[in-house]
Each structure stands twice: as structure tokens, then as C-alpha cells.
Ligand binder design. Sequence first.
Ligand code: N01
Length: 543
Amino acid sequence: MSAAKSPSVADVVIVGAGFAGMYMLHRLRGLGLSARVFEAGGGVGGTWYWNRYPGARCDVESMQYSYSFSPELQQNWQWSELFASQPEILRYANHVADRFDLRRDIQFDTRVTEARFDRATHRWTIRTNHGDHVSARYCVMATGCLSTARVPDFPGIERFSGKVYHTGHWPHDGVDFTGRRVGVIGTGSSAIQAIPVIAQQASHVTVFQRTPNFSIPSRNGPMSDAYANSWKSDYPALREQARHMRTGILNSPNDISALEVSDGERQRIYEERWAAGGTNFMAAFNDLILSQQANDTAADFVRDKIRATVHDQEVAELLAPKNHPIGTKRICVDTDYYSTYNRDNVTLVDVRAAPISEITPTGVRVGGTEYQFDAIVFATGFDAMTGALLNIDIEADGKTLREKWEEGPRTYLGLMTAGFPNIFMITGPGSPSVLSNMMVSIEQHVDWIADCVAHLRLRGLNCIEATQSAEDTWVAHGNEVAHRTLYPLANSWYMGVNIPGKPQVFMPYIGGVGSYRQICDDVASEGYRGFELSAQTSALAAE
Ligand code: N01
């Protein structure tokens, strides 16, 4: 009988090589620690590696959706558009990987399957689908918030004889829809970006819409030197300002109520923001996500824009959202989305009243009607925020994370969860994450974790664990802040509503990026308040 192979050893295992995992690796190396990164994809970039659907681009301006940690990097890199496309962001991720020589510690095409904590040694044992077996002092989950693509359980789906795609798992060599009849299921951010581009190629596009979404034109365009230089000439100060904004985006919030101004003035402000484009529309007034009455003014404005854009008023009414306040489902940003419905080759099918009943060998059936397709695009979203974490068997002291989070995720600061020492989450549930500029939130978490690990080492400590009471207080605070807003009124993936059986709790922290950062900084400067720090001295624990 052969002896069990002993594990390889690292200070830290990082799961994921998106923007979070890459920067975490860089910071840990800077501390002189050894780190191994496991990445399920064949390259770096995370969400930008997988989401290659036509029209995919970021809705945060490129000058802000980029790393700030390296002055040289942010000066040298040139973005070609205001809002970078997926291929350009992926090129940037690859450039960063090369520039900082990250690949030598990243194992690609490898999925972490389990992570178990051993109390005796205070170490994690991590295993992968390729039989890797690593013992690490710390584990960092850089698994992304929107990385577990989801296809609804439509009957007959396996019998469809045409091509099937998911926006979050797009083929790497692209798809040519020329001359094809395409069905698109879903009208979230991904669909809203993809539909106008697919419609330019396909012979016909049929969109199956269950819930219409509010979308603001991006007004994307080429990056001018003058605009890029307006950032580069003062980058450190501008980045610092962004870190303290509510969303981590340096925009122009208007700190007055929508109800304090005259109708004419309100309309003027909305028109101005609509013309400027992008998510800054939601910063037109300070109470759009707090007051239904204020929110209605913005929602009415966008509904009127939809009616003015779409020629067929029946279609316009279907596209105009009426069941959730604007912004409480992720606001979308588009290029020519609504006007695409004026094309002869685009049809909108409402599947709210009569849902999709089955996928047939040749198409999609809704009630008594069958729509025939050569290809179906599922733009049906993700098991957000918890999906990727819970797909891994994470266990400490005989309890799994799945068991602990049965009624919804519970964390302290979205960084750690009680009962699971030495395992950190980057942009985990309970942190601003998806409600923010992810780059800003990623850098904040990575820096906090790196500083924390350095703090432990300096003091001869090697174990950190969130206390139950700190976690309970944070969860209660997160809920209290969320329920002061209109967000819980929407059936959104923020609430887990899109996954059957998923507990319905508001997962991100909505208190704002700036104030959240201050809380995290205070926690650290007060000796990691709410965490227990200790030293494991057994010989087994020796480094
Ligand atoms: O996914 P979604 P997404 N029958 O969950 C529909 C980020 N992102 O990939 O709303 C019929 O938003 C579902 O309908 P409903 C961004 O944070 C960013 O589009 O559940 N339809 C919905 O319309 C975003 O929020 C960028 O009623 C069904 C759609 O599928 C997040 O990713 C770009 C259905 C899913 O929409 C996710 O966006 C892209 C069913 N059975 C994404 N099941 C940018 O930076 C689901 N649907 C711009």
C-alpha cells in the first residue's frame, strides 16, 4: 500500500486569477510570502476571461476601472475608449500578469474543489480537480461575485438541436450569427449589451423578456488624449477621492432631494444626465434609492425616453419597467438598446404572463407558440455572490460553509466568516462589492488582507478569526442599512431571488464605499476589533 502523498506547502493559497487574485498575489509577494494561485480558466482576467459575448464592456469608465496600485502602470496604459470593451480589458489583465510576472505562481485550468481547516496546525488543506494537495496557512477566496453562470431548468433543454450559448461562458473564438435565427433569453445587463450587436448580424433576433430593465445610454466614444490626461495629470489625488465616494466612482453626486426642486429644474437635471450617459444618472439626486416618490420621478423620466425611442408603442410599454424602482435591480448601460427594437429583424416576446414552457428540438415554446431558432443565447445571469464560494467544500471544525450559510451568507465586513479562521474573501457578501466600482473594492480588500497578514507576522501570530458577536452585529447593521433603501423591493440577484431555493437576503453592503473603508480602517487600527488573533505554537504549525 502506498503512503498518502504529502501536500506541497505555501503560505497562502489564492483561489481565482481575476483582478482580485492577481493583485493579492502581487501584494503577498511584496511581503515575502509564498503564494499559489489556482484558476479554473485558461488565462487571467476572471469575469473578463469568461464573458466574451458580443458587446461586452464595462460600465465604469476605464480611467477608473483599472488598478491604482502602480503609478507606472496607470500612467503607461492607454485606453482606447471611455468604456473599455471586454477584449481590451482582457488585454489589460494579461499585460498586468506579464508586467508583474504573475503567471509563474498561477496554475490555470484548475478548479479548487475543497478547503479544510485543521485546528491542530491552524492550516488549510486545499485540493483541486487535478489532484493538487496544498497545505497553506491562509486561504484567500478571490472567486468573484458573478462567476457561476446559471441556466434555468427549462424542460427539454438537452434536446435542442441548434447551438446553445451562455453570455457568461462565451466561446473564445467568437460566434458568427450571420444569417441565423437567434433567440435571446433574458434582459439583464449582459443581454442589453449583446442584443444590439447580435441584431446587426443575425437574420432575426427574438428576445424573451420576463422583467424589463432600466437602461441608460453609455455615450461611449474614443478616449481623447485630453480626457486621459485630465486623469493622468492628477491620478493619485483623483483615485483617493474615488475611494471615498459612495460607489467608489468619482462622479458628480447632486446632494439635494429630487422633491426639493421644481418640475422644470428636475427635468433639466435628468436631461443633462441622460445626455451625458452612464450610471451617473442615478446620482442626479440624493434620495433616488431612498424615497419611492423621488425614485418615481427618475423612473418616469426613463420610461418616457423609452416611449420616445421605440416606435411601436406596444413594444415600448413592454420595455418600460413598472414593477421595481429604478436602480434597485442593477441599472444597465447600453449602446442603442431601445432603438434596436425599431429594427425589422427584432421581436420582443413577453414571458411574464406566459412563461417559457419548454425548449423544443427546434426552438422555444411559450404557451401555444413555438419560436424556431438556429441558436439560443442564455443571458440568464449568475448564482451571484455566494455561488462560487459554496461550490467549493469549505469546512472547518466539522462544519461546512454551506451549512453555516443555509439561511443566507453571514460575514464580518464581507472579509471573513466566524468559525472559519484564516480564510479571507475578497469582495465577499456583506461588503460593497457589486454595488461599487469593483476595482476600488478589490484593491481595498486586498490591501486590508495583506496589511492584516503582515500585522500577524510582525507579532508572531498566525491565526485570525471573526468573532460571532462581531459578525452578528455586522449582519444586523447590513440588514438595517439595506432596509432603509428601496433595494429590497426588487426581485433581484442582489437578494438571491433568481436562484430557486436560495435564501432571500440582501447580500452586498449598501452603506457606501467611503464609509465602509473607514470602518475597515478603524477595525484594523483598533487591533482588529471583532477578530480574535492568536498564535498556534505546536510543532505541527511550524512554518
Ligand atoms: O444577469 P441578470 P446578467 N425565464 O441576472 C432572465 C454584471 N454585468 O448577466 O429579471 C425568462 O441581471 C432574468 O429575468 P428576471 C452586472 O452587475 C455588468 O445580465 O429574473 N427569463 C433577467 O432578465 C449585472 O447585474 C456588466 O425576471 C429569465 C436575465 O435573465 C450582472 O452582471 C455587463 C429566466 C438575467 O439577468 C448580471 O447580469 C454584464 C427564466 N426562467 C453584466 N431566468 C457591465 O459592466 C432568468 N431570466 C456593463
